[in-house]
Design a protein around this ligand. Structure first.
Ligand code: PLP
Length: 395
């Protein structure tokens, strides 16, 4: 029986993979003395540090918190300006608003779906005021062209935060994303749909000792604890800055440590599924994200686009109809994302100049299911459903 006939299909676009060893790791913490930040959090930070080859890592309770702390650590505040990609999750922009800064959007490159050196320079040339911080998003897990963008940002004195939420395990010029060779700070997400999960969680990486110190201070209320040297006041601690409780806990960190052991497996499987989609959907009026040869995508997302030359006056709304067709077939497709400036909250801030590539992307894209554990049968169901829509039978 094919999957469609049993009427039970519900294939999400992304999903976590939890096994017995994950459950064991979490249970061990529940039986231990520490639930909040104990030994597992620094251990998880060390695992990430070794994997990515970066000196400083700060685990936090989400990437959203991580982006907020990153902006604060770089000194972003009132009167400042943050730029990010027009196509991203809202958190890439909200971090600027949290700090009282203004936010504006850079258009994406049509081929890579990321900010490129070209789209960034276009924006710089047409802007009166330049940003203090650029939040660079590696959409779907494909690294942006960091080296070129870094050169530009250095020239114009713009700090770079990589929003690496999609790209744990992705590589740019043979190095893991997050090693901050071309940026000040990088931020990862461990939300269940991302590359690995801690339930909720995130991590911040940097090469700067001073930034690391600030990040760790702000993660926990801005409280500085001295080693007990004040014999008259052994209870003493001092809040020296306004921080938050953005801490990761040991339950989450233990899950993260164990999940990291399977990261390479997850990456390999996601790359395999992507390759299969490329092969099987090759002859349809569909186009894909271009992956430059010096990059390895982590394939957090797999986006297909209705080819722009496909629609005719008698054959319209193809994206909407394909989207609905896939939903009707139990495939929980999604759109990642609409331009952030089209959200009601951002419309309040005034008129953003429209980003034409971003709007074109938004009108033609669909995210297909991709995750470790998506069975061959489920992959076939996705592929066959798309082909069926275009009146092509079989795989
Ligand atoms: C998921 C995501 C975030 C937020 O991550 P959380 O850990 O859920 O806070 C930020 N930016 C991008 C691009 C994301 O995809």
């Amino acid at each position: 029986m094919n999957l469609k006939e049993d009427n039970q299909i519900n294939i999400p676009y992304g999903k976590q993979h939890i096994d017995a060893s994950d459950r064991k790791a979490v249970l061990e913490v529940l039986r231990s003395d520490f639930l909040t930040t104990g030994p597992k959090v620094p251990q998880f930070e060390q695992c990430l540090s070794r994997l990515i080859d970066i000196e400083y890592v700060t685990a936090v309770n989400s990437a959203t918190s991580g982006l907020h702390l990153a902006c604060l650590a770089l000194g972003l505040g009132k009167g400042d300006l943050l730029w990010t990609s027009a196509i991203s999750f809202v958190a890439s922009a909200n971090c600027g608003v949290y700090c009282g800064a203004k936010v504006d959007f850079v258009d994406i490159c049509k081929e890579t779906f990321n900010i490129s050196a070209k789209t960034l320079l276009n924006k710089i040339k047409s802007s009166e005021k330049l940003p203090n911080v650029l939040v660079l998003v590696h959409l779907c897990g494909l690294p942006s062209d960091l080296e070129e963008i870094h050169k530009i940002c250095k020239k114009y004195n713009i700090k770079i935060i990589e929003d690496a939420s999609h790209s744990l395990g992705a590589k740019y010029k043979n190095s893991y994303v997050g090693n901050c060779k071309y940026s000040d700070i990088s931020v990862f997400s461990f939300h269940p749909v991302k590359m690995i999960t801690t339930g909720e969680g995130g991590a911040i990486t940097t090469r700067s000792k001073a930034l690391d110190k600030k990040l760790k201070l702000l993660r926990s209320h801005g409280i500085f604890r001295k080693p007990i040297e004040d014999h008259k006041r052994p209870w003493f601690y001092d809040q020296i800055d306004l921080g938050f409780n953005y801490r990761m806990n040991d339950i989450e960190a233990a899950l993260g440590i164990n999940q990291l052991k399977r990261l390479k497996l997850f990456l390999k499987e996601r790359n395999k599924i992507a390759t299969r989609y490329y092969q099987k959907l090759n002859n349809l009026p569909i186009s894909f994200q271009t992956i430059p040869s010096d990059s390895l995508s982590s394939y957090h997302l797999f986006v297909i686009q209705i080819r722009s030359d496909y629609e005719t006056p008698n054959f319209k709304d193809t994206r909407l109809r394909l989207f609905q067709h896939l939903l009707d077939n139990g495939i929980q497709v999604n759109l990642h994302y609409m331009p952030i400036y089209q959200h009601s909250f951002y419309k309040k801030f005034g008129n953003y100049e429209s980003c034409t590539n971003a709007e074109d992307y938004c009108s033609r894209s669909i995210s297909l299911p991709i995750y470790y554990g998506l069975s061959k049968k489920q992959q076939n169901h996705v592929i066959e459903s798309i082909k069926e829509f275009f009146h092509i039978k079989g795989l």
